[in-house]
Design a protein around this ligand. Structure first.
Ligand code: ADP
Ligand code: MG
Length: 605
């Protein structure tokens, strides 16, 4: 009777491992570049075509391999990095399983060329689906070049999971950013479809970070230096001006390895509590070094998770490392100096002209959209010292044209409270309206209908604004060009990550377009990861609407309040509000009576 249990053929085992180790092109690039780093390379070139589906090439100037080693490297569990069990407890290199090369080879057509410094010539090995087809001598510089073509050509199921070329190329870019931040001493070049995406010269951490975050980051980054028992923490933290709407700017590393860990993130967000607004995320780079015996990185092949022996201790050390820097609020000191300059020197003539023109535009804008905005910051109504406004001459019953009125227009206006809330009467009930929320809602609705009809109304900026984007923001601009244009932005690339904003949605043309633009980019960056495009569009429109509302208190005159209420009638308030905040609160008479402990029968209207 034959045995039913068989040892898997080597090639099949590799392909199964490939499913785990290389689920997408970015994972292949990660393994190859980590090998280059482990090989001591100081210059690494990554080139991909069609998001990596057609070609992934990684070329390094590291130590290279002899012919025997090059052949061995394609064998499963062949590694030069682990010799004994004991080594497992002290993994200093990025790779250690000896799984990556054979796995990648098993699902692609792979050409490996490598030359050790001590050899006069190198070796080139070509393999198809993991079977070595040819081995020959190859003239080349010291180092290794690995070319992966036709990734997943023999695993169609995998191929189906690949996203668009742009999305995959974006993942590769983000992965390279993570690696490049961890090693500012290595030169990195990334080319996708023949176009250079970035070229990182050797430098220090701050200059490297600024190439990804934009030069503006240089003015708001602060070094972190901390050392405790068995732990040292170094890196850079950014001040509140660079905070983002997602956690993509959080780069954390344990012993040189990029990780995403709940304990570490918790400590970071805890340290930033009160420094940046709730719901915003900091930008920072943190390198935690600790004895290998204190942390297990051998949790998963993609190796983003770690396990700490003493997680409480790690948490507290990170908290104090960042807390020490943030508690001094270094950014306030620097910005004090800056604003000091502005206060005591006359604005330059062109700056003054700019502000005059912007003022004029803002006024023009308001008159042009008075119906929409409903209220006017230059209101003629006189606020009381408590911010309340009372219309003594407009008794609730005083309504001149009652016919054809919508709900909001039919409300009797009592006055304004704190220059923020409109107080009305609806029959016998009291109605409070949050004027900011109302304004935002109206703007949101208008943006939605403009967008549905083609594109959002745009306004040219008088002075185009140059912005330095981060690498991933610039990628989002490239990928979502048409989307961004439909949102009313006109953006031009000025080389590298420098962009010029030429036109912006009209609603935010007088202020707020820059932060709105950056928030939109970070929303768009998420689109490559999630699928819910409709939800995303809503978020984006809500953000533009949010920036179109001038914050602070605004005293409104009675006609302005009426105009706002009229606008509200033409707006669909039934759908969920952009921020989920209520626009209107109604307090029924019985509730008010209850507050004053009056009985229903006791008091008439
Ligand atoms: P691991 O990195 O886990 O050891 P890999 O399959 O990624 O396993 O690589 C196998 C071996 O091939 C490595 O241990 C290393 O000796 C060699 N190798 C791979 N890539 C390179 C490279 N770019 N330069 C020099 N040696 C390399
Ligand atoms: Mg490796």
């Amino acid at each position: 009777m034959s045995s039913r249990i068989r040892i898997l053929p080597e090639n099949l085992a590799n392909r199964i491992a490939a499913g785990e180790v290389v689920e997408r092109p970015a994972a292949v690039v990660k393994e190859l570049v980590e090998n280059s780093i482990d090989a001591g390379a100081t210059d690494i070139l990554v080139e991909i075509e069609c998001g990596g589906r057609k070609l992934i090439r990684v070329v390094d100037n590291g130590c290279g391999m002899s012919r025997e080693d090059a052949l061995l490297s394609l064998e499963r569990h062949a590694t030069s990095k682990l010799v004994s069990d004991a080594d497992l407890d002290g993994i200093a290199t990025l790779g250690f399983r000896g799984e990556a090369l054979p796995s990648i080879a098993s699902v692609s057509r792979l050409t490996l060329a490598s030359r050790e410094n001590s050899n006069l010539e190198g070796t080139e090995i070509y393999s198809e689906g993991g079977r070595i087809v040819s081995v020959k001598a190859h003239g080349m510089a010291t180092g290794t070049s690995i070319e992966v073509r036709g990734l997943f050509f023999n695993t169609p199921a995998r191929l189906k999971f690949m996203r668009s070329s742009v999305t995959e190329a974006g993942h590769v870019g983000e992965l390279l950013v993570r690696l490049a931040i961890s090693r500012p001493d290595i030169r990195f070049t990334y080319i996708s479809d023949g176009k250079s995406q970035f070229r990182m010269l050797q430098g220090d951490l701050q200059s490297r970070v600024s190439t990804f975050l934009g030069n503006a980051s240089l003015h708001d980054t602060w070094p972190v230096v901390f050392s405790g028992e068995n732990i040292s923490i170094n890196g850079l933290v950014c001040g509140p001006s660079l905070a983002r709407s997602n956690s993509a700017g959080v780069y954390t590393y344990i012993n040189g390895r990029f990780i995403k860990d709940k304990v570490v993130h918790h400590a970071i967000f805890e340290a930033y509590r009160g420094v940046i607004d709730k719901g915003r995320f900091p930008v920072l780079v943190l390198f935690v070094e600790m004895p290998f015996s204190e942390v297990d990185v051998n949790v998963h092949p993609t190796k983003h998770e770690v396990r700490f022996r003493e997680q409480g201790k790690v948490h507290d050390c990170i908290l104090s490392a960042i807390g020490n820097v943030l508690s001094q609020s270094p950014w306030t000191k620097r910005s004090d100096q800056q604003s000091g300059n502005k206060l005591y020197t006359e604005p330059r003539p062109e700056a003054r002209r700019l502000s005059e023109v912007q003022d004029a535009l803002a006024r023009y804008d308001l008159s042009g959209t008075a119906k929409l905005t409903g209220f006017n910051p230059g209101s003629r109504a006189i606020p009381t010292s408590t911010g309340g406004l009372f219309y003594k001459n407009s008794p609730p019953e005083d309504d001149s044209d009652i016919d054809n009125k919508g709900y909001y227009s039919s409300l009797a206006v009592i006055g304004q409270y704190k220059s923020m809330y409109i107080v009305c009467q609806d029959g016998v009930d009291l109605v409070l309206i949050d004027q900011h929320a109302a304004h935002e809602r109206i703007a949101y609705q208008r943006l939605r209908s403009e967008h549905a009809g083609g594109s959002i109304e745009s306004q040219m900026l008088l002075f185009p604004e140059t912005v330095e984007l981060t690498y991933s923001e610039a990628a989002a601009v490239r990928e979502h060009e048409a989307r961004i244009a439909n949102l009313g932005f006109e953006i031009e690339n000025f080389g590298g990550t420098t962009h010029v904003i030429k036109a912006v949605p009209r609603l935010i043309a007088s202020a707020g377009y820059l932060s709105a633009f950056r928030e939109i980019l970070s929303e768009l960056e998420q689109l490559s990861r999630s699928v819910k495009a409709d939800q995303l569009l809503d978020n984006i429109l809500a953000r533009i609407a949010c920036h179109s509302v001038i914050r602070g208190n605004h005293a409104l005159s009675l006609p302005e309040i009426r105009a706002l209420l009229q606008q509200m009638d033409t707006t669909d308030f039934s759908a969920t509000c952009p921020h989920g905040r209520p626009v209107l609160v109604k307090i029924a008479l019985p509730e008010i009576e209850k507050m004053f402990r009056r009985s229903k029968s006791g008091v008439g209207e």
